[in-house]
Design a protein around this ligand. Structure first.
Ligand code: FES
Length: 122
């Protein structure tokens, strides 16, 4: 009988190392896990409208880009470094407000540890 994990837990199973090739992002429990040259794990919910950042991408600066409106995060600090784009970029102060918010409430950061051919995220 299989047992489902709580939505906010990280599975005990390891993540095969090559399942997160450089430049990609995947979801592991409550984390968006990626590799921008180094592995990282950050909270999955965008601070703007809570898009799943596991569906995001990594830009040439190594930042995680939200799949919905293009907000950009520094994965080391968890801070938004560019606010939401598109129509949201036209709202005065919106980007600055969200960037300021993540100074106080940055994305949670997890640790990614290589163990043999696997990655363990905590
Ligand atoms: S939900 Fe992420 S930028 Fe809008």
């Amino acid at each position: 009988m299989s047992q489902s994990l709580p939505a906010d837990s990280v599975p005990k199973d390891s993540v095969p190392e090559d399942s997160v090739p450089k430049g990609s992002v995947t979801g592991v429990g409550k984390y968006a896990v990626g590799n921008n040259g180094d592995y990282f794990a950050v909270g999955r919910k965008c601070r703007h409208l809570r898009a799943d950042l596991a569906g995001g991408s990594i830009d040439p600066d190594g930042c995680l880009v939200c799949p919905w409106h293009g907000a950009k995060y520094d994965v080391v600090t968890g801070r938004m470094v560019r606010g939401p784009q598109g129509i949201f970029a036209r709202i005065p102060g919106l980007g600055a407000t969200f960037k300021a918010l993540t100074r106080v409430l940055p994305l949670q950061r997890g640790t990614v540890e290589k163990r043999g051919a696997d990655l363990h995220i905590e």
